[in-house]
Design a protein around this ligand. Structure first.
Ligand code: ADP
Ligand code: ZN
Ligand code: ZN
Length: 786
């Protein structure tokens, strides 16, 4: 057999496929992680295809695969296929795409060790070192150097007294366990006089074979087994550990009796045999999670597995608790804050079928599976499903690709699906499922819009309008809870000199620095650089430095002044840095330890708080001015989701939205909680300007410390693509290069080219073939989220 292999390295120059022969003795399959000779090294390779030896000819002799690194960590064929799809769709390297599926990113590590050569010279110290090494067999260079000094070691390596060797260490080897097997038809008369051995023999005859662990559990000693093995009465073998089955499903939290709408949604998916994608459009509090859980239960009964994706780690806690209450041990969690060991154990449990439900954030879409039956993407509109570093995949698209292989359904649940997803459902490419009402007939909250321009004219400069203050006061008196959303962290958003207008910017990024009062510092939100607050203007020396704009810290301070007795907790990136920080804050608020939860978009994400009856939204229009075709959609989603946190329990909810653009269609539709109205208007806009879902986008970002270099390389690529489009008559618009919305980040200047067209397949192929597009400093973003 001949194996086509991708070397597991992100080095750009080794991205092609290499062929090797497969020794008959090795269990190599598509997806195997293997050790291969590569140049003067050994490397890890992933087998992406196998073919018969006589089907191809080579002008050179192929090298042979050395070993299989691990069967457990090997890929399923489906994973290989999905990874290659990611490479072709998102235009990244094959190895980069394959590594998404690995918990342990590198399968082999090179170790340098020192062994003895021939003793030269007669210095006592040389002999001492030589003897030490020869006695030990092999020593790491570091150890030797610390003991005897780097110079001596170098000298002895030079004259051949010592030699350096490279060894390749397998870091993903399988977890093997020792197993006992009886040897049939041996003379057992000796056992008559050895009661302990006879007992074990009889046990093994009954069981056939057993692991050493099991042996101990049954009260036999390991030594007895070893002695019998020495006498040839049984064999001790190493074997892969088998994962135990899922165990009985415990229904500790009983399912609800479904509403008619929930039932209709479930039976639609239940009848699916082709693996369609469903948009579950359900208003906030309509019982989507219950639909997920009952569908999951059916999938598990059929012996298959479920992947559940949620927006952020801070949110996994809540949904994990709900799933765990119902499915007990049959749930594992995957997220970046787990230790390497935990992640690996969970990943393997899923891959080997020892567990049926895996819940996690974006990267959980790459969890190994044995037999996939359903993928759920909760709050599918959320921006965190798009990875903002290479490979820049979208988890929904990856989920759909994996599901297509298993012919299993994908459910995209949200109260505010993205325009694209809803459009595809409307066109019948996806299937639309609707939950129009909140469970138990609870009403949606009533929303009041406050025009902050009027407040300003009345001479009110406070962050909280009187209307909102009154709502909070009322809620506090009733003993209920309030959520306040302000999508900017820090205290003030920029610092300006009143004499000359100078704005304090980051040294390495072209953005204003944000004042953080907690730390009495200015911070850059792009590179996290910090600096002291200047006492006088760095430009003109004037002492009139002033802070402008409002962040969560300032809003918290104002709340404190107005309601000194209220217990306020802040939820933003600054307060959730510690492990489980977000989860801890959310749970403390749920328990009622606080009256007011104030924070960035994190407060608006899917939480189910029963005691929240009031929601205040400050600066409802803050996202509208972003230079991004998704600005309106993102704002609508944020406002509707935030409002939807109110009135989920028995008590009705009230929402106050403060804005400088009350007449904007986004604010108006959010006020009415009218998704369809918003969708229609937004879709018309997208159609006029040929944005997604009508046209596809590719964004190519160029970065370099030299401004001239950025433009040079951007113009080169732009003309390369333009001439291709002209030659082929491909209907693709190439816009730019133009300056990025942020001109410079971390000392690198930024320029952008945008490709726009109804079908970008052909030009993608062209890009993939052009090494010029894969130079350092060029980032290709297919379906950019901005
Ligand atoms: P969503 O995910 O759509 O926001 P949830 O699934 O969180 O909604 O449901 C909102 C609340 O209603 C939850 O507390 C849930 O336990 C409850 N619930 C869900 N389905 C039902 C039902 N059929 N009958 C009664 N209560 C339900
Ligand atoms: Zn100044
Ligand atoms: Zn910066």
């Amino acid at each position: 057999m001949i194996a086509d292999i991708i070397i597991n390295t992100t080095a750009k120059q080794v991205q092609q496929t290499f062929s090797y022969t497969v020794p008959d003795s090795l269990p190599v399959q598509v997806g195997s992680r293997v050790l291969v000779p590569f140049g003067r090294r050994c490397e890890e390779g992933i087998v992406i295809a196998l073919s018969r030896e006589n089907s191809r000819t080579f002008s050179f002799t192929l090298k042979s695969i050395i070993d299989v690194l691990s069967v457990q960590h090997g890929f399923q064929e489906e994973m290989v296929r999905t990874a290659l799809w990611i490479r072709d769709y998102y235009l990244c390297n094959a190895a980069e795409a394959l590594r998404l599926f690995m918990v342990e990113k590198k399968g082999v590590r090179c170790q340098r060790r020192i062994v003895g050569g021939t003793l030269h010279g007669a210095a006592a110290v040389d002999e001492q070192i030589y003897t030490a090494v020869v006695h030990a067999g092999a020593v790491s260079r570091k150890v030797l150097e610390t003991r005897f000094g780097a110079a001596a070691v170098a000298r002895l390596l030079q004259n051949g007294t010592l030699q350096e060797q490279k060894v390749w260490k397998n870091t993903i080897s399988d977890k093997m366990e020792e197993w006992l097997q009886i040897v049939p038809a041996v003379d057992t008369t000796v056992l008559k006089r050895r009661p302990k051995q006879r007992e074990l023999w009889e046990f093994l005859v009954r069981k056939g074979e057993c692991s050493l662990t099991e042996l101990r559990e049954n009260g036999f000693s390991r030594d007895v087994a070893r002695r019998m093995a020495a006498d040839g009465l049984l064999v001790i073998q190493k074997k892969m550990r088998e994962t135990t089955g899922a165990g009985p499903v415990t229904l500790s939290s009983l399912p609800w009796k479904l509403t008619a709408e929930q039932l209709a949604a479930i039976s639609a998916v239940q009848q699916d045999t082709e693996g369609r994608t469903y948009v579950l459009h359900g208003v906030t509090g309509s019982g989507k999670t219950e639909v997920y859980m009952q569908l999951a239960a059916q999938v598990i009964r059929a012996g298959k597995q479920v992947l559940v994706l949620v927006p952020e780690i801070a949110l996994t806690g809540q949904i994990v608790r709900r799933f765990s209450a119902r499915f007990g041990e049959d749930v594992v969690v995957m997220h970046s804050q787990l230790s390497q060991g935990e992640r690996q154990a969970n990943w393997l449990r899923m891959k080997e079928g020892g567990c049926h439900i895996c819940i996690g954030a974006r990267s959980a879409v790459f969890t190994g599976v044995r037999n996939l039956g359903l993928i759920i993407v909760d709050e599918c509109h959320d921006g965190s499903y798009k990875q903002e570093e290479t490979p820049r995949y979208h988890a929904i698209e990856v989920a759909r690709t994996r599901a297509a292989y298993y012919k299993c359904p994908v459910i995209l649940g949200s109260a505010t699906p993205s325009v694209r997803e809803y459009y595809l459902a409307e066109k019948g490419i996806y299937t639309l499922l609707e939950l129009k009402y909140r469970v138990q007939g609870r009403p949606l909250p009533s929303v009041q819009v406050v025009d902050m321009r009027e407040e300003f004219q009345r001479g009110r400069y406070e962050v909280l309008s009187p209307t909102l203050v009154e709502l909070v006061e009322h809620t506090l008196q009733a003993g209920n809870q309030t959520i306040i959303l302000l999508n900017r962290r820090g205290f003030s958003t920029f610092v300006m000199c009143r004499s000359c207008g100078f704005v304090v910017k980051c040294n390495t990024c072209d953005v204003p620095m944000v004042y953080h009062k907690d730390q009495e510092l200015l911070r850059c939100h792009y590179c996290e650089a910090r600096r002291e607050i200047p006492k006088t203007c760095p430009a003109c020396g004037s002492p009139y430095i002033k802070f402008f704009g409002t962040g969560t810290e300032k809003a918290a301070a104002e709340l404190h002044d107005i309601f000194p007795a209220a217990r306020v907790i802040r939820l933003d990136q600054d307060t959730t840095r510690r492990k489980n920080g977000g989860d801890r804050i959310i749970e403390a608020f749920r328990r009622g330890d606080y009256d007011i939860l104030l924070g960035t978009q994190m407060v608006a994400k899917g939480h189910d708080f029963m005691q929240v009856t009031a929601v205040g939204i400050l600066a409802a229009d803050s996202l509208l001015n972003l230079p991004n075709y998704l600005a309106a959609e993102r704002t609508f989603q944020l406002l509707t989701q935030a409002a939807g946190r109110a009135g989920r329990g028995a008590l009705p909810g009230r929402v106050v939205m403060q804005t400088y653009a009350p007449e904007h269609y986004v604010v108006q539709y959010a006020k009415q909680q009218d998704f369809k109205g918003f969708y229609k208007e937004e879709l018309a806009y997208r159609k006029t300007f040929l944005y997604p879902p009508f046209h596809q986008l590719i964004r190519i970002l160029f970065q370099d410390e030299q401004e001239t270099q950025v433009w040079k390389s951007a113009h080169t690529i732009a003309s390369l693509l333009r001439s291709y489009v002209e030659e082929q008559g491909d209907a693709v618009e190439i816009i730019g290069p133009f300056v990025d919305a942020v001109k410079k980040v971390r000392n690198k200047y930024r320029a952008v080219i945008l490709l726009k067209g109804a079908d970008l397949t052909a030009i993608k192929k062209r890009i993939q073939q052009s090494s010029a597009c894969f130079q350092k400093g060029i980032i290709i973003d297919v379906d950019p989220a901005w």
